[in-house]
Design a protein around this ligand. Structure first.
Ligand code: SAH
Ligand code: SF4
Ligand code: F3S
Length: 492
């Protein structure tokens, strides 16, 4: 019925023995040796604090935002674990880290809201340490506000120096008051640091960092810096290691994976990288995020069509169906080009699920523009779509555009769009009922422990009767019943 044994290990340590490091020597200057030195040092401080408090210390990393941040959080957890913290699911921990997102205003508000709660927790438990990192910290106004009004925060760092976490934690132990370390940008990529993965059988893999597209509404290029691709050798080495460690599904991560490799010393296309990943033994499923339509090549479509491992799912953000708005957004494709691309993809890979992101209420969006978006939605018939209300991000070109759309108008359009998107998505899902397909079992169902939950190649969720021993295995299932966006099935 299923054919892959679960392996317990989720860790990826790089055979370095912290006990052999002399923490009284001067720190090495080269990376990652320097960080291993600070891990050894931080571990000593954690040990001392553990003795003082009389119980093991717990750390909690809370992630806001996208897959990129989720992967960064795994890197933070890897370091926390190696320096002696136990992982906690609760924010009532000895060390609380918020890895923040700033893509929309409400992401920021959530963080400020939680900080009020953390302040109270720390008043009752003064030894608690609080760190903030991630995209929001790359905004000067945010850091200024924290510096003046949130003095109880111990550590603030950004997206470019996350690899220095061990060094920064050491600084927190050695300093009174706030430690702040924010870099404007970086051209370095530090490899070979510990990672604590959430799942034993699947993993995200960064293939590139940053973004050069500067879509006019988007803050990501300002907070994640310029586009940098990792070398294919490093990526493949990491995936081989993951495979040996029990991982069979990888998700290649970047803000615009289709421009992967363009700036490498020896340029390499994303399609070629995929073809190389395909060769790695033990990897059964390959996913990637996110594809920018302007850079999606015929070569990629061909590689996907020929592949037995690349999942039948493509996330292809539309943002708007109006060519005029797309131009204002600096997306560099038109409605017609987008539709033609979808058609080419569907012709080559008929069973592919296509999902998207759409923004409603970009400055100057008229009813006609919005109808163009609805038209694309009806023509493409997305398997699912994330719909967002436009959020003004200070510092982006769109923030100072005239004709910001009134809230009530946006809300009304948003509801119409959501209704259409959901209706189409459920019709599409219904269409697969009765089919037999394979799922990768991911977890025991949260509501009903007699069920396990897995995903199809096209990323849809399926619940089947089962137990924890099936986690990480591939099971052939019949999709018995469709419930809108997910299925109930049974193993066959
Ligand atoms: N790099 C990815 C997207 C990253 S952000 C891409 O280009 O597709 C994820 C999504 O957030 C975007 O696709 C967009 O739909 C949405 N988004 C980004 N900035 C936004 C803003 N200012 N207001 C509302 N939604 C936004
Ligand atoms: Fe933002 Fe555009 Fe870059 Fe995506 S491609 S991260 S939407 S600027
Ligand atoms: Fe948010 Fe940063 Fe991702 S702004 S969406 S966490 S890249």
């Amino acid at each position: 019925m299923y054919d892959r044994k679960v392996r317990k290990s989720r860790k990826m340590y790089h055979e370095i023995d912290l006990d052999k490091i002399d923490i009284n020597a001067t720190p090495p200057t080269e990376e990652p040796a320097r960080q291993y030195y600070f891990m050894a040092k931080a571990r000593q401080y954690v040990k001392e604090e553990t003795l003082r408090i009389g119980r093991p210390l717990a750390a909690m990393v809370k992630t806001f935002g996208c897959q990129m941040n989720a992967r960064d959080s795994e890197k933070l957890r890897g370091i926390l674990e190696i320096i002696g913290y136990q992982q906690s699911e609760s924010e009532e921990a000895d060390f609380v880290i918020y890895n923040t997102c700033t893509v929309r205003e409400n992401a920021n508000n959530k963080v400020y809201g939680r900080l009020g709660y953390l302040n109270n927790w720390k008043k009752q438990n003064p030894h608690t340490r609080i760190a903030l990192c991630g995209c929001m910290m790359q905004e000067t106004a945010v850091v200024d506000k924290l510096r003046t009004s949130y003095r109880f925060v111990d550590l603030i760092f950004g997206t470019h120096n996350i690899y220095k976490f061990a060094e920064l934690v050491t600084a927190v132990f050695e300093n009174q008051g706030m430690v702040i370390d924010i870099w404007e940008d970086t051209d370095r990529i530090v490899e070979e640091l510990p990672v604590e993965r959430k799942y034993s059988f699947k993993s995200g893999v960064n293939i590139m960092f940053g973004c050069n597209n500067f879509c006019s509404y988007c803050i990501v290029p300002y907070v994640r810096g310029r586009e940098r691709s990792r070398s294919p050798q490093d990526i493949l080495k990491e995936i081989r290691r993951l495979s040996r460690d029990g991982v069979s599904e990888v998700m290649l991560l970047g803000q615009n994976v289709n421009s992967y490799g363009k700036n490498l010393e020896e340029p390499m296309s994303f399609a070629r990288l995929l073809a190389e990943v395909e060769q790695i033994e033990g990897i059964r499923r390959i996913r990637f995020m996110t594809s920018h339509p302007k850079d999606l090549s015929q070569e990629l479509i061909d590689v996907m069509a020929a592949s037995g491992k690349i999942c039948r799912h493509l996330h292809l953000p539309l943002q708007s169906g109006s060519s005029r708005i797309l131009k204002e957004m600096n997306r560099r494709y038109t409605k017609e080009q987008y539709l033609a691309l979808v058609e080419r993809i569907r012709r080559a890979i008929p069973d592919i699920a296509i999902t998207t992101d759409i923004i409603v209420g970009f400055p100057g969006e008229t009813e006609e523009d919005f109808e163009e978006t609805m038209d694309v939605v009806r023509r493409v018939r997305y398997d699912s779509a994330f719909t967002f209300i436009y959020s003004k991000r200070t510092g982006t070109p769109a923030a100072v555009m005239e004709n910001q759309v009134p809230e009530a108008v946006i809300k009304e359009r948003f509801d119409r769009l959501l209704g259409e998107v959901q209706q189409i998505a459920s019709q599409k899902a219904e269409g697969l009922t009765g089919q037999v397909q394979e799922i990768l079992v991911e977890e025991v169902n949260h509501q009903d422990a007699s069920l396990v939950t897995g995903r199809l190649s096209n990323n849809s969720v399926v619940h089947i009767p089962g137990d924890a021993s099936m986690i990480g295995t591939y099971v052939k299932v019949e999709l018995v019943e469709c419930r809108g966006f997910y299925y109930y099935g049974k193993a066959v």
